[in-house]
Ligand binder design. Structure first.
Ligand code: ADP
Ligand code: ADP
Ligand code: MG
Length: 681
C-alpha cells in the first residue's frame, strides 16, 4: 500500500480524502495557497507544502507546482479530489512520467470522456442511449438553426468542453438559437478556452439521475446504484439523494448496465459517474461521464456502506475489487444538502467573510456503515445517520478565491421520509453565522410538498421560487408553537433578570404572567405560568401548551418540547424579544407587558433610510467592468456593472429607469458589502 498520499485540492474534499487515508494508515500531504494558510485541510494533514498565491491559476491549477510538491514530500500517490486538475489528462500523464500514481482513471479515459461530443459518440457505439441531436460541430448561426429545426424544438446548445453548468442555453425557437448561439460560444471560449458548440434535444420534465461506477485494473467493473440530482439552480446541483424515488428496479439495472458498458469501452479504472437525463416516461439518455470522485458521492456511501475513496486508493494500488456486483446491496435512503456561501435572500449572491460561528450538527453513524447493522424498520430520527463533510471551521475566513460550496450535510434513514426528517432536524441544529448561506433555503426545500412527493425535475427551483427565495411561511400551527417557545424563554429570561446579584430579596421585581407577543403582522395574547419542570402557556385564551426546555439565556440553540413534540430553534436575544430561526423561517418575536404595549402604540414608526437612488455593492468582490458613464440614461434591467466573486461574474442591473449622477468606483477596485458603486439623479 502507498505510504504517503498528496491531496491536490482544498476545502471539504481535501479533508474528506485525508480522513480515509488516515483510516488506512497512509500519511498525508496537503498543498495550500496563500489564502489557505490556516485552512482546515492543512490542519488535518501530516505535512503541508505551500504552492503559491491565492488565485487557483497560480496554485491549485499549476501542474508543475503540484508535481514538485509530490516529489519534494516523497509522496507515492496523488488524489486530485474534484474540480481543479481532477479531469486534466495532462496532469495524470505528468504524474505518470515521474513515477507517481494518479488516483483516478487512465489519462486516455479522461481525455475521451472530457469532450462532450467525443464521449457521446463513444457512448452511442457502446450501446448507451444518447440524447437525440447532432454529434458534430456547428460553425454558424444558419447551420445551428437548420439543425435545431431538424432535431425539433426545444433544443439545448452546449459547449463541447463544458462543465459546471456553463455554456448551456435552451432554445424554444429560431430566434432563441440566433441569440443563444453567440452567447454560448462566447461563454465557452472564456470559461474553457474552447468555443466548440453542439446541439441536442432538450428533454422536457427532465430529471438528472446518475450512476456510480467502480472499476479496477483487472477488468472488473460494477455499479453502486444511482443518485438523483434534480434539485439544481442554474444547472448546478444543490440537493442529491440516493436512491431516486423515480426509478424502478428494471430501469435502474438497465441504467447500471449501460454505465458499466461505457466504462468498459474506455478501459475505465477507479470511481466514476455516468450522468443521465431522464424524461417523464423513464426514458434515460447519457449526458456525460465525470471521470473523478463526485461532490455528492457520500449519499452512495451511506446506502451501500462502501468507502469510495478507499476503493479508489485500492484499485490505484493495483488491487482487484473485493466486491462483486452481487455483493452490492442498498439499504435505506440518503439525502445530501450542499452548504453554499451564497445568500438566498440576496438572489444567491456569493458571500465571503469570517465565520463568526460554525457549529455543524453532531455526526452519527447508523445504517449500512454501523456495526450493529439494520435490525428494525423505523422512522424514528434517533436511528438515522448524520454525516458532515466540512472544509471550514469557526473563526475561519471564506475567501473570494474559490468555490462557494463549503460543506455538505448528509443524512441516512430507513426510508426517504425518515432521511428527510433527519435532515430537517440536522439543519435546525446547524449554526452558521458571519456569512450569507443557503441553509434557510435548503430547509425550505426539505419542507416543500413537491419535494416531499418526489415529483421533482431540474426545473424545481426556478418553477417553485420564480421570484427568488424570500421568507418561509410557516403554518399557523407551527407559528403558534414558536411563539409559545419564545414566551417560555422570555419568562425564563425575565425571571433570571430579577435575580441579578445585588438586589435585596424583598425588593425583587415581580414578573407578570400576561404578555403581548408580536411576530410579523400577528399579535398574540400570552399567559405564562411557570413551575419547577417547565411552563404552561395559553395563547389567545385557547387550549394550553405544556413546554419544557433545556434553554438558558445565552444559549444559541434551544431544544424545546411543546405538548410532547420536540423542536430545535436557533435563538438570539434581541432588544424586547428574540430572533428565532426554524425550518428556513427567520422571525423577530417581541414581548410587551400589557402596559408597555399600550405605550408602544404611541411611538412613532422608524423609517428606514432611502437607498433607492444608490447602487450598493451586494457582496464583497472585485469590479470587473463598469458598463455605463456619468450622465447616461439607463433602462430597467440594463447592466450597470459586473462584480466578480467566487469564480462567478455577477451583473448588477438597473432596477428602474434613471440617469447616472456619479460613479464612485473603477475596474479592479475591491469592494465591501454596501459600498456605494454609483448614484442616480
Ligand atoms: P458534480 O456533479 O460533482 O457536482 P460539477 O460539474 O458541479 O460536478 O463540478 C464539481 C466541481 O468541479 C465544482 O466545484 C465545480 O466548480 C468544478 N468544476 C466543474 N467543471 C469545471 C471546469 N470546467 N473548470 C473548473 N472547475 C470545474
Ligand atoms: P455539465 O458538464 O455542466 O455538468 P451536463 O451536460 O452534465 O453539463 O448538464 C448539466 C445539467 O444541465 C444537467 O444536470 C441537466 O439539468 C441540464 N441538461 C443538460 N443537457 C440537457 C438536455 N439535453 N435536456 C435537458 N436538460 C439538460
Ligand atoms: Mg454534469
Amino acid at each position: 500500500m502507498f505510504k504517503k498520499l498528496l491531496i491536490a485540492n482544498r476545502g471539504e474534499i481535501a479533508c474528506r480524502v485525508i480522513r480515509t487515508a488516515h483510516k488506512m494508515g497512509i500519511s498525508t500531504v496537503a498543498v495550500y495557497s496563500e489564502a489557505d494558510k490556516l485552512s482546515l485541510h492543512t490542519q488535518m494533514a501530516d505535512e503541508t507544502i505551500y504552492i503559491g498565491d491565492s488565485s487557483a491559476r497560480q496554485s491549485y491549477l499549476v501542474i508543475e507546482k503540484i508535481i514538485n510538491a509530490a516529489q519534494e514530500s516523497g509522496a507515492d500517490a496523488v488524489h486530485p479530489g474534484y474540480g481543479f486538475l481532477s479531469e486534466n489528462p495532462r496532469f495524470a500523464k505528468a504524474l505518470d512520467a515521474v513515477g507517481i500514481i494518479f488516483i483516478g482513471p487512465p489519462s486516455t479515459a479522461i481525455e475521451l470522456m472530457g469532450d462532450k461530443i467525443t464521449s457521446k459518440k463513444i457512448a452511442h457505439e457502446a450501446g448507451v442511449n444518447i440524447v437525440p441531436g447532432f454529434m458534430g460541430l456547428i460553425n454558424d448561426v444558419d447551420e445551428a438553426i437548420r439543425i435545431s429545426k431538424d432535431i425539433g424544438y426545444p433544443v439545448m446548445l452546449k459547449a463541447s468542453a463544458g462543465g459546471g453548468g456553463k455554456g448551456m442555453r435552451i432554445a424554444w425557437c429560431d430566434q432563441d438559437v440566433q441569440e443563444g448561439f453567440h452567447s454560448s460560444k462566447n461563454e465557452a471560449a472564456s470559461s474553457f478556452g474552447d468555443d466548440r458548440i453542439f446541439i441536442e434535444k432538450f428533454i422536457t420534465h427532465p430529471r438528472h439521475i446518475e450512476m456510480q461506477v467502480l472499476s479496477d485494473s483487472c477488468g472488473n467493473c460494477i455499479f453502486l446504484g444511482e443518485r438523483e440530482c434534480s434539485i439544481q439552480r442554474r444547472n448546478q446541483k444543490v440537493v442529491e439523494e440516493s436512491p431516486s424515488s423515480f426509478l424502478d428496479e428494471s430501469t435502474r439495472n438497465a441504467m447500471g448496465r449501460q454505465a458499466v458498458a461505457l466504462a468498459k469501452a474506455v478501459n475505465y479504472v477507479s470511481a466514476g459517474t455516468v450522468e443521465f437525463i431522464v424524461d417523464k416516461d423513464k426514458n434515460f439518455y447519457f449526458l456525460e461521464m465525470n471521470t473523478r470522485l463526485q461532490v455528492e458521492h457520500p449519499v452512495t456511501e451511506l446506502i451501500t456502506g462502501i468507502d469510495l475513496v478507499e476503493q479508489m486508493i485500492r484499485v490505484a494500488n493495483g488491487e482487484s475489487l473485493a466486491i462483486t456486483q452481487d455483493d452490492v446491496s442498498v439499504t435505506g435512503w440518503a439525502v445530501e444538502n450542499r452548504l453554499y456561501a451564497e445568500d438566498p435572500f440576496r438572489d444567491f449572491l456569493p458571500s465571503t467573510g469570517r465565520l463568526t460561528r460554525y457549529r455543524p450538527p453532531a455526526e452519527k453513524v447508523a445504517g449500512p456503515l454501523s456495526m450493529d447493522g439494520v435490525s428494525s424498520s423505523t422512522t424514528d430520527v434517533s436511528s438515522c445517520a448524520v454525516r458532515v463533510d466540512t472544509g471550514v471551521f469557526e473563526g475561519g475566513e471564506i475567501s473570494i478565491h474559490y468555490d462557494p460550496m463549503i460543506a455538505k450535510l448528509c443524512t441516512w434513514g430507513y426510508d426517504r421520509m425518515s432521511a428527510i426528517e433527519a435532515m430537517r432536524v440536522a439543519l435546525d441544529c446547524f449554526e452558521v453565522e458571519g456569512i450569507g448561506h443557503n441553509l434557510p433555503f435548503v430547509s425550505a426545500v426539505m419542507d416543500h410538498p413537491r419535494f416531499i412527493s418526489g415529483n421533482i425535475t431540474t426545473g424545481f427551483i426556478s418553477e417553485e421560487y420564480p421570484e427568488g427565495f424570500t421568507q418561509v411561511e410557516l403554518s399557523a400551527d407551527c407559528l403558534k408553537r414558536i411563539v409559545v417557545c419564545a414566551a417560555a424563554m422570555n419568562q425564563f429570561a425575565e425571571i433570571r433578570r430579577t435575580h441579578v446579584s445585588g438586589l435585596v430579596h424583598n425588593n425583587v421585581r415581580k414578573v407578570g404572567k400576561a404578555w403581548l407577543a408580536t411576530v410579523l403582522d400577528d399579535q398574540f395574547k400570552v399567559e405564562v405560568t411557570t413551575d419547577p419542570e417547565g411552563s404552561v402557556i395559553v395563547l389567545d385564551d385557547c387550549a394550553p401548551y405544556r413546554v419544557t426546555s433545556d434553554w438558558t439565556p445565552g444559549n444559541t440553540l434551544a431544544n424545546i418540547c411543546v405538548n410532547g413534540t420536540s423542536m430545535v430553534l436557533k435563538v438570539q436575544m434581541v432588544t424586547g424579544g428574540f430572533r428565532i430561526r426554524f425550518r428556513g423561517a427567520d422571525l423577530n418575536i417581541q414581548f410587551h407587558s400589557p402596559r408597555h404595549a399600550e405605550l408602544a402604540r404611541l411611538m412613532p414608526k422608524k423609517v428606514p433610510p432611502d437607498t433607492s437612488k444608490l447602487l450598493l455593492c451586494p457582496m464583497p468582490g472585485l469590479v470587473v467592468r463598469i458598463d455605463v458613464v456619468r450622465g447616461q440614461k439607463v433602462q430597467e434591467g440594463q447592466s450597470l456593472c459586473t462584480i466578480e466573486a467566487m469564480k462567478m461574474e455577477n451583473i448588477l442591473r438597473a432596477e428602474r429607469i434613471g440617469v447616472v449622477k456619479t460613479i464612485n468606483v473603477v475596474a479592479n477596485d475591491s469592494l465591501a458589502v454596501d459600498d456605494v458603486i454609483m448614484e442616480f439623479e
